[in-house]
Design a protein around this ligand. Structure first.
Ligand code: GUN
Length: 286
């Protein structure tokens, strides 16, 4: 079994990013916007800021109160759009329910849309005009590309979860690489049949350890996008797990990503490489 250690792959990617910064003599700038105090979002944004510092990016962080309005966030985005030191802007999702995320995403300058959430960038990505894509699915592809003797062509790929951030863009990336994709979700009937047939599984369900060893085929390549907390009722402590029951799946898998230390670090390093791409693009447009 080949363990897809995102943490280690991400370290190599960071080295490549630092080399490119040096070669071009540029300092990419990333702005993060967090609205409210969602504990998980707080952890993700902190990790993103730390990664920026590690590679020597310029960073600005805006932590807005829960009570902030969509207009308040729009004002921050408008000023960041004009700031020449900032090449990438991200609003951590999900924002509080009273915030209109669609308006925020549409307000970000498409040339600074580091998450690739703006409809203009999604349209270019979908139609094959650009390979710039959202961070998590791009990070998953980087992981899959690192597997020795692996090819996508003719494989049955099952994605479980149809979000705009993971499932839908993942389907496009895998289709472009000639896999045959099934995009399953909470209303899918007979998921067990899809699971048994799949050569590649991308799990993004949010249901702790739902995929077990007896559900998958021998030699499967399985990427776990889930980050779920389960409480041990005896110790009353929680631990981080994925959507895949690692212990029962690992012996059947050709390659598998762990949680933590799998997809999480890949999302973050892709955020860095997307920021770098936007910084390089801004020079070429000058
Ligand atoms: N929430 C979960 N994943 C992401 C991501 O990649 N970017 C942003 N902005 N929010 C997220």
């Amino acid at each position: 079994m080949y363990l897809l250690e995102g943490k280690i792959i991400a370290q190599q990617e960071k080295k490549n990013i630092v080399d490119t910064m040096r070669d071009y003599g540029i300092t990419p700038g990333l702005a993060t916007i967090l609205v409210g105090d969602n504990p998980a979002s707080n952890v993700y944004v902190k990790a993103k800021i730390k990664a920026c510092e590690e590679v020597g990016f310029y960073g600005e962080h805006y932590n807005l109160d829960y009570s902030s309005t969509t207009e308040d966030v729009l004002a921050v985005i408008t000023s960041l759009n004009k700031n020449p030191e900032i090449h990438g802007i991200l609003v951590q999702s999900p924002p509080p329910p009273h915030i209109d995320m669609v308006r925020l995403v549409n307000a970000i300058d498409p040339l600074k849309d580091v998450d690739c959430f703006h409809p203009l960038n999604l349209g270019k990505f979908f139609s094959g005009q650009s390979d710039f894509a959202p961070c998590t699915p791009t990070g998953v592809i980087t992981m899959l590309d690192s597997i020795p003797n692996f090819s996508y062509e003719g494989k049955s790929a099952l994605i479980i979860g149809r979000s705009n951030i993971v499932g839908k863009p993942m389907a496009i990336l895998l289709t472009n690489r000639h896999a045959t994709v099934s995009l399953a979700h909470s209303r899918t009937k007979n998921l067990d049949i899809y699971l048994q047939k799949a050569d590649i599984i991308i799990a993004a369900t949010g249901q702790a350890e739902m995929i077990k060893g007896d559900m998958v085929k021998e030699g499967v390549v399985i990427i776990d996008v889930g980050i779920d907390r389960v409480l041990n009722p005896i110790t009353n402590k929680s631990r981080l797990v994925g959507d895949v029951e690692f212990e029962s799946v690992k012996d059947k898998a050709y390659a598998i990503s762990p949680v933590p230390g799998g997809v999480g670090p890949m999302t973050i390093v892709t955020l860095l490489s997307n920021t770098l791409k936007l910084a390089l693009q801004s020079i070429s447009l000058k």
